[in-house]
Design a protein around this ligand. Structure first.
Ligand SMILES: [Zn+2]
Length: 456
């Protein structure tokens, strides 16, 4: 054979060998997975078998194939006409947890303490997860603690009302008795965008803001207040005709507590997005890939593409858009929140693509889901999911409340959109498509406009 022919044959063999099939999940051929089942995610150009069973392939070649796992080693032989790989997945033999939960231990007398870390959650239950945050406390907020359970101290807020705070974020005061704080006066101010209340205190006390109409601020451990609780109510409907608030914040500057409530949007009915400050957050980036789709695409690239289309769309409709990233680099969660808060954004939209943990079936989960944390943001989430699922023919995978850092710590009306599932072959085929990404952005913008026009 001449050299050229050998080269062509070698090349052809290498290409066919490299491209026979790709597995993007599990990430390694020898892994430990503790679940009743897992899945192989990837793509193949040729018919594929896993342990002798045909794997259904999407027209793009993408697939998601669920396999059950038994205790110990599970061997999977994956083969196409000209390629073969073996995966060994070990399901570890982990004994079920015993009952390590401690009983609540009440102290003989209350102890004075202070918060050592900014943004520490004060929770309604001694559980480090879920929707149980009463407030986020800054460093040096003073607390009265009357007991402990597991990793938490119990904070006395008022008679028979308690909060829970992580032991790692609190120190006991030595030789200091945390007597009630003195509230000297309350100052009221109005800026072009906000109502501002300043509570002149002589020390930092725990607080809670309860959403609703009216919105209620409670300052705990206040001298002379009923039950030690100072309550301030604020209702927009007294000023505006049944308007809903669109974001707020509560924080200390020195020992002054500042409660800031954003005025309702001034909606231009012909151009509802005009002059609205919107932060668009493309999920993941840089070394943080996010999920990997069937065809090997990375979530960080898809989120950036949709985010950029959305930037164009919203700018075209008159909004002031701020991007948390506009290229492929890493941005931390706190940085994303800071960008939204410092730019005084009224709306925050985080774009993601969905995946699933082991034990679930990617072929049975598809479509769009939208997450919010504060109740105020739910109507916006509802409007966007309705518009997206209708215009894009995507499954409605529901609006849900979840404690996600980017929607929890932003002062704007904040949502996180899981556009569709990267590991569902059908959804994935759409997500990697340019014109779908563009339509997706357009649809988010339409949903936003509908929300702004109907937020009465
Ligand atoms: Zn993501």
């Amino acid at each position: 054979m001449n050299k050229l022919l050998i080269l062509i044959l070698t090349l052809a063999f290498t290409i066919s060998n490299t491209f026979a099939f790709e597995i993007v999940y599990p990430k390694k051929q020898d892994v430990s997975i503790n679940a009743k089942s897992t899945f192989f995610i990837g793509s193949s150009k040729k018919p594929l078998k896993i342990n002798g069973q045909n794997v259904p392939l999407h027209e793009t070649g993408g697939f998601a194939y669920v396999v059950d796992l038994k205790q110990g080693q599970n061997v999977f032989k994956i083969e196409s006409e000209d390629d073969c790989k073996t995966y060994v997945i070990t399901k570890p033999n982990i004994k079920p947890y015993g009952n390590f939960l401690q009983e609540f231990r009440q102290y003989e007398c209350k102890k004075s303490a202070y918060v050592t870390t900014d943004n520490t959650p004060l929770r309604s239950t001694p559980i480090d997860a879920g929707i149980n945050r009463l407030a986020h406390l800054q460093r040096n907020v003073l607390l009265n603690i009357d007991g402990e359970k597991d990793g938490f101290y119990r904070v006395v807020l008022e008679k028979n009302k308690f909060g829970w705070i992580s032991k790692t974020a609190v120190k006991f005061c030595e030789n200091y008795s945390n007597t009630p704080a003195i509230l000297d006066r309350v100052e009221e101010d109005v800026s072009s965008k906000n109502y501002i209340f300043t509570f002149k205190l002589n020390k930092m006390v725990p607080f809670e803001i309860v959403e609703g109409n009216p919105m209620i601020l409670k300052l705990y451990n206040i001298e002379g207040a009923p039950n030690g609780v100072y309550t301030k109510e604020f209702s927009l409907s007294e000023i505006y005709d049944n308007e809903k608030p669109v974001g707020y914040s509560g924080k200390y500057i020195g020992t002054d507590f500042i409660w800031q409530i954003r005025k309702p949007f001034v909606v231009n009915h012909r151009h509802p997005l005009k002059n609205i400050n919107i932060t668009i957050d493309a999920g993941h980036g840089g070394y943080e890939f996010g999920a990997i789709g069937c065809l090997g695409d990375k979530e960080k690239d898809i989120t950036l593409a949709i985010a950029k289309f959305l930037e164009t769309e919203l700018t075209k409709r008159g909004a002031n858009v701020i991007m948390t990233r506009d290229a492929d680099y890493y941005v931390g969660l706190k940085e994303r929140v800071d960008i939204a808060n410092y730019s005084d954004s009224e709306i925050f939209i985080s774009i993601h693509g969905n995946a699933l943990p082991d034990g679930l079936n990617p072929n049975e989960h598809s479509g769009t889901s939208v997450y919010y944390y504060y109740d105020q943001a739910k109507p916006m989430a509802d409007s966007i999911i309705e518009t997206m699922t209708e215009e894009l023919q995507l499954n409605n995978d529901k609006v849900r409340q979840a404690s996600l850092a980017v929607v929890r710590n932003t002062n704007a009306l904040s949502i996180l959109i899981e556009t569709a599932y990267l590991i569902n072959p059908e959804d994935n085929a759409k997500l990697v498509n340019d014109s779908f990404q563009k339509k997706c952005a357009k649809s988010i913008a339409n949903g936003l406009e509908k929300y702004l026009l109907n937020n009465k």
